[in-house]
Design a protein around this ligand. Structure first.
Ligand code: NDP
Length: 288
């Protein structure tokens, strides 16, 4: 059996097209473009690439975009003051601080996330937005799991009543992914590094999400024939080679549908960020 490839490019394009249309409506109604500000502290090369991609995506979708570059020597107080300024800026509807923070600010990540106005928290990391997700209230949801869910919906993959297994329980991916799947009536199991007999659990999954951070960790014998496999992992195994958490070649012989790496979930994440900025702008402008 050869799995259907769920191309991140195709679904990201659909998510972005919807964001373009919504951004145009907002501009026509309120006379402002939805705006995103990204704060980048220090000069980590991977973070610089991520921030450039977000800036480029804003240009494609027709959003206002600001990148605030701060030196690695920035103090906690200076960073918090920057967040306060952007929280108060009416041209900015979405605000995120690129993580990880440099060495000197490592202990401040929670405080930084909590300082962002929840209405502008387009990463969906603020405890208020996490709480809204868990309690089923509308809010901003972490872009990677939100993108995965949107892809499943756009691909017409049934979720209601299905068995879903999420491997990984991070606050950014695993936990919100599990909440989203549960909100769509899947029966969800979350696995982590203490899970016993992982393969027996993953083999029960109609929808298997791998968010582990270990190259090719999910092997063909861990996958139920015909399952949908979503590979969130991004692992650099050589200077120019990225692989996912799923052994793509072998698993695609067993699965019914699978996302590739690269070209899968990573593209959905940026597209979903655009959708979140537009959603945040709409909410803020409607309640002015
Ligand atoms: P974390 O390191 O925060 O979490 C990894 C999770 O995997 C943990 O819950 C950990 O369990 C679990 N885990 C580790 N080893 C095992 C094991 N042997 N068996 C079962 N579970 C295990 O990672 P993230 O969630 O932030 O990211 C996961 C991957 O997704 C990474 O490769 C990351 O680069 C990628 N990523 C991709 C994004 C995209 O846009 N495509 C966005 C965000 C992340 P425990 O909790 O017990 O430690």
């Amino acid at each position: 059996m050869s799995a259907k490839i769920l191309s991140g490019k195709v679904f990201a394009q659909q998510i972005k097209e919807a964001a373009v249309a919504k951004a145009k409506e907002i501009e026509a109604q309120y006379g402002v473009k939805p705006g995103l500000a990204v704060v980048l502290v220090g000069d980590d090369p991977a973070s610089q690439v991520y921030v450039r991609n977000k800036d480029k995506a804003c240009a494609q979708v027709g959003l206002h975009s600001e990148v605030v570059n701060l030196p690695a020597t920035t103090t906690r107080e200076e960073l918090l003051a920057t967040i306060d300024r952007l929280n108060a800026d009416p041209s900015i509807h979405g605000l995120l601080v690129q993580l990880p923070l440099p060495e000197g600010l490592r202990g401040c990540e929670k405080e930084v996330i909590n300082r962002i106005d929840p209405a502008k928290d387009v990463d969906g990391f603020h405890p208020i937005n996490v709480g809204r997700l868990v309690t089923g209230e509308p809010g901003l949801v972490s872009c990677t799991p939100a993108g995965c869910l949107r892809m499943l919906e756009l691909a017409g993959i049934p979720i209601d009543g299905k068995r879903a297994v999420v491997v990984g329980r991070s606050n950014i991916v695993g936990k919100p992914m599990a909440s989203l799947l549960m909100s769509r009536n899947a029966t969800v199991t979350v696995c982590h590094s203490h899970t016993r007999d992982l393969a027996a659990i993953t083999r029960e999954a109609d929808i298997l999400v791998a968010a582990i951070g270990k190259p090719k960790f999910i092997t063909a014998d861990m996958v139920k024939p015909g399952a949908t496999v979503i590979d969130v992992g991004i692992n650099r195994v050589a200077p120019h080679k990225l692989v996912g958490d799923v052994d793509f070649d072998a698993v695609s012989e067993v699965a019914g549908a699978i996302t590739p790496v690269p070209g899968g979930v990573g593209l959905l994440t940026v597209a979903m960020l655009m959708a979140n900025v537009v959603q945040a702008a709409e909410q803020q402008l409607a309640h002015k």
